[in-house]
Design a protein. Structure first.
Lengths: 197, 130
């Protein structure tokens, strides 16, 4: 298994630079950190209301776990808005990908919920009373943070799965890719037939 | 002025190894040399089967090596699949390649092992990263 910093670096390098969080985005986020931190509990409540309101995502959690999960999310939010959004931050997100593997959090669950936070900021950005250009940059910044978070967590998740197959079953990543290619080429034929393409 | 004898290419040397095994054990269905990541390098199997067998042989070797390692059996020497119609035996040829022999149930496994012992050294010297 690669290091968390290594996983994050590969994921970031694969992301087009035009989609990454810039220094300007990070600056406008951290300049408004106090007001954003104050939104943390509201975000956590809405976030977990959404997860607990849907059977497959609610089933991820143990009884009585919600307060601890909300506290963790508030901690992540505070770390995100206070910054720095640096290599250590993305390494932490890579570790979240590994956590998702062992908690059986599927990527569609994570991808949808990353949108929740960006959307919350977009809807509530007027509460910060910022000049319009700063408000736009702030909303865009959180879109980028959400996008990069999705990239790093997804890559961390995939890497963890392929590394586990190598560690336990001796199947190197290149062989796994080859087995996948061979199987999926056939599956694509069936898929095209199913879709009438 | 005449040119000296031309050295056989790597492909020709691998083909010669396969031919030599087949000559020693004519009943074999086929012989293959593949990379550890499942790429067929040389073989005398049906072309349509080669890609699939190379990937599966590499998988069998990788899995076998892990099982041997995790159950304290030492270094894997061969991984054998025995079905009702025959054997498929995979041998490690260094860190980078695998040797695959497929044959009927009547094929002499001891002879296969002896041939593999010689061939894997040759394959490793040709394909291994030294």
């Amino acid at each position: 298994m690669d290091s968390m910093h290594g996983i994050a670096r590969v994921a970031i390098d694969q992301t087009p630079p035009a989609c990454r969080v810039t220094a300007e985005h990070a600056a406008v986020i951290s300049e408004n950190a106090d007001a954003l931190v104050a939104m943390g509990p509201e975000i956590a409540t809405g976030f977990y209301d959404t997860l607990y309101g849907h059977g497959p995502t609610a089933n991820i959690f143990h009884d009585g776990e919600r307060p601890m999960r909300e506290k963790t999310l508030i901690g992540w939010w505070e770390r995100t808005v206070r910054g720095p959004i640096d290599d250590d931050y993305w390494a932490w997100m890579a570790m979240v990908g590994l956590t998702h593997v062992v908690r059986h959090v599927a990527n569609p669950m994570m991808l949808a919920m990353a949108d929740y936070v960006a959307e919350f900021v977009s809807i509530n950005s007027n509460r910060l009373h910022l000049p319009e250009m700063d408000r736009i940059r702030l909303v865009e910044g959180f879109d980028r943070v959400a996008s990069m978070t999705r990239s790093v967590i997804t890559y961390g998740y995939d890497h963890a799965m392929s590394a586990a197959l190598y560690e336990r079953a001796g199947i190197p990543e290149a062989l796994l890719t080859r087995l996948g290619d061979q199987t999926i080429r056939d599956a694509l034929v069936d898929a095209k037939s199913e879709l009438g393409l | 002025m005449t040119a000296g004898p031309q050295q056989p290419t790597k492909s020709e040397q691998l083909a010669a190894i396969i031919a030599s095994i087949h000559e020693a054990i004519p009943e074999l269905f086929g012989v293959m040399i593949a990379s550890v990541d499942g790429l067929a390098v040389a073989h005398d199997l049906q072309e349509a089967d080669a890609e699939r067998i190379a990937a599966m042989a590499a998988t069998a070797l990788g899995l076998g090596a892990r099982i041997a390692e995790r159950t304290n059996l030492g270094t894997l020497t061969e991984s054998m699949i025995r079905g009702t119609q025959g054997h498929l035996v995979v041998y490690s040829a260094g860190n980078d390649a695998v040797l695959v022999m497929s044959g009927p149930l009547t094929a002499n496994l001891t002879l296969m092992r002896i041939e593999a012992r010689v061939a894997t050294v040759q394959i490793n010297s040709l394909l291994g990263r030294h």
